[in-house]
Design a protein around this ligand. Sequence first.
Ligand code: NAD
Ligand code: DAU
Length: 368
Amino acid sequence: MRDARSEMPPLERLLVTGGCGFIGSHFVRLALRRPRTRLVVNLDALTYAGNPENLRDVEGDPRYRFAKGSVCDAERVDALVREGVDAIVHFAAESHVDRSLYGPVDFVRTNLEGTSVLLEAARRAGLRRFLQVSTDEVYGSLPREGRFRETTPLHPNNPYSTTKAAADLMVGAYVRTFGIDAVVTRSSNNYGPHQHPEKFIPLFISNALQDKPCPLYGDGMHVRDWLHVEDNARGIWAALAKGKGGRVYNLGGGNERPNLEVARAILRLLRKPESLVAFVQDRPGHDRRYAIDCSRARRDLGWTPRVSFERGLRDTVAWYRANPGWVERVRSGAYREYYARQYGDALRAAAGMPAASRETTPVRRRRT
Ligand code: NAD
Ligand code: DAU
């Protein structure tokens, strides 16, 4: 297995999957800023989470090409790989934990089967590198103390993280069995511009901007380690270019915050009252705390996060405030149905109103 990245010629032609999503779009933009990049093919199925608007600014770049299609479509993937790519950078996924509680099988298909299809294409074509974009959620939940290291045993708790862990294991199997050169990054929670408002930070910003209640699960004391999306994109780039084949790299922001603290910070930045926080029924299987030890990435890749949480959150709030049209387009149609199913009864209960559906949602009500 190769381990001397510096001896390898640069990876100039990339097949990126899921590039129209949140992190993938930031990565595509970063890749096109690098002078050695000659081609970025973006294979994206444009699910509800895929938004071509996220890459409007690079559409005119002759080195960029969009290919609509699924990572589960082996023929399509093979055809793209045969066009001559050096590496696959794999972001495409069903990425939202709450949705995985309603439809786990879609997550198995995209996250496990899709990754397997890509690995098989990489193996057959003898690609120089496969980069699997994974998550700290594969490690499960932490008590008050400790941090996830790359050697922490996998202990996923929800269907989303279980399919990501299964995909990571498949990557490992391809490394050991077939000798492919693959690297895995596992990052903590990302935030920043262009994140779908189904996720915590953009949901709270966009609801608060419209003076709507912000649904906080459980006691609001679950801890996440926030990483700015541009720092993650730089970390993925560094792992792609310099990571050792077969290795996993944790990427974290070093910004552990309880959700309630993040919610308050958002409301302060927007000058909105804390009474907008609505404590609702907890997420089933809700992981209590994530925290990342990313000393390996610092040491091996020379990577370190640069964006402070205070600056990153301020800029993110400013971006959502300046882009109401982007938010409105994302929130239309099917999102409304999702929102009603996910939050309708819970928010009604938090407001002391009866449930609209037959199933009554139990909630804990609390003052902030
Ligand atoms: P996202 O939901 O914003 O975007 C996912 C993208 O994948 C969309 O463009 C969607 O259209 C595309 N996609 C979905 N199914 C597809 C399929 N079958 N074929 C091709 N494209 C498909 O996701 P994100 O938040 O940008 O996450 C990207 C990756 O990073 C995921 O693998 C996720 O597990 C991982 N990750 C995310 C975070 C986070 O905080 N968001 C943290 C760690 C890891
Ligand atoms: O840790 C990395 C993971 O981070 C990624 O792998 C996932 O793709 C990404 O979605 C994210 O998962 P989380 O479940 O941590 O993110 P989410 O934004 O859904 O929730 C963040 C925290 O906020 C979590 O503790 C649940 C809470 N939350 C979330 C929502 C959507 C609420 O309190 N209310 C909400 O409405």
